[in-house]
Design a protein around this ligand. Structure first.
Ligand SMILES: NC(=O)c1ccc[n+]([C@@H]2O[C@H](COP(=O)([O-])OP(=O)(O)OC[C@H]3O[C@@H](n4cnc5c(N)ncnc54)[C@H](OP(=O)(O)O)[C@@H]3O)[C@@H](O)[C@H]2O)c1
Length: 202
């Protein structure tokens, strides 16, 4: 599958390397159209969005809606858009205190199947869940069952077995995982590592 990743930073690199290893073709979208060290062609944001069968938003959540509006509904079409962003400012203020950037994107582009996932996981674990000592979880939020099924397969390609994937429900549930950023950041500081993830013990 041809997958477009919008953004050329840590998350784009981690997910991109993982998906290439699984046999996908990657195209990266960048504001400048240039970046190095990525496993695929780097082009403009709009061109990347046009060629991908599935699009990943790996840009800052605070500006993602404006970024996608600038790309426009043409390139986005009725595709699956995986949103991994967290919409928090440098000063640690939520851009969507009563909702989520994922819901805002879904509202703006109703034809797109927005699926929120991986935003609760540190970049280096996103494509290497097996690097942790015990199994951990990843979450999905989205309105489209077909969209979530597509994303579920891609998560499996990154190493997240079906048992490790929790479907939280429709896109409104993205608020829960986006607002988790405060706890995640505090925990990362407290334990002094980003090499960890969530598991649920019943
Ligand atoms: N790092 C993590 O562990 C982690 C974990 C979970 C979720 N996330 C989320 O994933 C997203 C990416 O995180 P990251 O760590 O990869 O960030 P990053 O290393 O700063 O990379 C973000 C990329 O987005 C592009 N970008 C920056 N500002 C932009 C703007 N105003 N409009 C459009 N594109 C812009 C840049 O690419 P160009 O300069 O080439 O345009 C940049 O390389 C963020 O929303 C973050 O909250 C990160």
């Amino acid at each position: 599958m041809i997958i477009s990743i919008l953004g050329t930073g840590r998350v784009a690199s981690a997910i991109g390397h993982g998906l290439v290893k699984a046999g996908h073709e990657l195209v990266f979208g960048s504001r400048s159209g240039h970046a190095s060290g990525l496993p695929g062609r780097v082009t403009s944001l709009a061109e990347a969005a046009s060629v991908g069968e599935v699009i990943v938003n790996a840009t800052p959540g605070v500006s993602a809606l404006e970024t996608l509006k600038a790309i426009g509904s043409g390139p986005l079409g009725a595709k699956v858009l995986i949103d991994v962003s967290n919409a928090i400012s440098d000063g640690f203020v939520l851009a969507y205190p009563n909702a989520s950037v994922a819901s805002a994107i879904q509202d703006e582009f109703p034809a797109v199947s927005v699926v929120k996932t991986l935003n609760t996981v540190h970049a280096q674990v996103m494509a290497a869940p097996g690097s942790l000592a015990s199994p951990s979880l990843v979450f999905l939020s989205g309105n489209s069952p077909d969209g979530k099924a597509t994303v579920s397969e891609l998560l499996a390609d990154l190493g997240w077995s079906p048992d490790a994937q929790v479907d939280l429900g429709d896109i409104s549930t993205a608020r829960a995982t986006e607002h988790y950023i405060f706890f995640s950041s505090a925990l990362t500081q407290a334990i002094g590592s980003t090499q960890w993830n969530l598991a649920v013990v019943e």
